[in-house]
Design a binder for this molecule. Structure first.
Ligand SMILES: Nc1ncnc2c1ncn2[C@@H]1O[C@H](COP(=O)(O)OP(=O)(O)O)[C@@H](O)[C@H]1O
Ligand SMILES: CC(=O)N[C@@H](CCC(=O)OP(=O)(O)O)C(=O)O
Length: 282
């Protein structure tokens, strides 16, 4: 008998307790722009998510797309900059952000999931009043903080075994459109659904300490200390902020992991070789 086949069968056999543990669970997956990579990486991500759906998990995908927004802003000669990992967003920037996220990026993910044999539907926070936002602070312009979530549409889609793919665009109470950081949006969705897991897929192996080593079990206090010391910086700030909010909001655990690694989601959920940094209620 071919040794590879035996190893594959053993892997499937060893996955049984994990398959049982996550049956019926809600798992929110934040797919960051830097984790998306090429078509092969996108298709591999899509197969992982469709497999999760196939074995009874309710996956909810929330995506980013920062690098794709940067490309389009450059082409259109619109300048923007970040403060603490959030893009300062004026009216012209907001138009481009919505066009790129709700259009190209969202549909690329929806298509990959459908091509992998799933049924996916693209949404933004405006659809069915999913994510009502308020302005985060005046200095950031049209950057929104989710303040009210209506998850009716997500529950209906889960019942129908349809995978929601959410672009992080929020609606204001007075008809405004808000740019929401993808991590913040994923945390708000996960908390509203009281998700079992929130997976934040990015382009580093996890949260690193001063020596550059990944901290595999991260406490709230460590997040506060590493941030104060400036070791958690830039794009990692919204991720760790989100992890703390999500845990407070009733999410069981948050994992920050490398989405570029092949089959990152499957490794995390269905094997004992979960990677990255995990944050649980302390
Ligand atoms: N302590 C830290 N550990 C790991 N990465 C960090 C840390 N502090 C800052 N970063 C940066 O955060 C980045 C991830 O955030 P970001 O680029 O916004 O990713 P994404 O597009 O996936 O949301 C990493 O590539 C890294 O450069
Ligand atoms: C307010 C804010 O910063 N919004 C982000 C939304 C996209 C995002 O979060 O993309 P990644 O997950 O790929 O970084 C932005 O404009 O870039």
């Amino acid at each position: 008998m071919n040794r590879d086949w035996i190893a594959t069968a053993r892997t499937l056999n060893e996955a049984l307790p994990y398959l049982q543990r996550y049956e019926g669970a809600t798992v929110v997956i934040k797919f960051g722009g830097n984790a998306m990579g090429d078509d092969e990486a996108m298709n591999s991500f899509a197969r992982d998510i469709v497999l999760m759906r196939q074995v009874g998990v309710n996956p909810v995908v929330v995506h980013g797309g920062g690098p794709m927004i940067n490309d389009m802003l450059k082409r259109l000669d619109v300048h923007s900059h970040f403060v603490n990992g959030k893009r300062v967003t004026d009216e012209a920037t907001m138009e481009v952000v919505e066009m790129v996220l709700a259009g190209r990026v969202n549909k690329r993910i929806v298509q990959a999931l459908n091509d992998a044999g799933g049924k996916a539907v693209g949404l933004t926070g405006k659809d069915a009043k999913l994510m009502i936002c308020e302005q985060t602070n005046a200095d950031l312009g049209f950057v929104g903080t989710p303040v009210e979530m209506d998850t009716t549409v997500l529950r209906k889609l889960a019942e129908a075994e349809i995978i929601p793919v959410i672009a992080p665009i929020g609606m204001g109470r007075n008809g405004e459109t808000f740019n929401v950081n993808g991590d913040t949006a994923a945390g708000a969705v996960a908390a509203a659904l009281k998700a079992d897991r929130l997976l934040l897929l990015t382009d580093v192996e996890g949260v690193k300490d001063a020596s550059g080593s990944v901290v595999t079990e991260l406490t709230s206090q460590q997040i506060i200390d590493l941030t104060a010391e400036g070791i958690i910086a830039g794009g990692m700030i919204p991720k760790t902020e989100t992890a703390l909010h999500a845990i407070d909001g009733g999410v069981r655990a948050v994992v920050i992991l490398d989405g570029r690694a092949p089959n990152a989601c499957l490794l995390e959920l269905y094997t004992e070789h979960g990677a990255g940094s995990i944050i649980r209620k302390g």
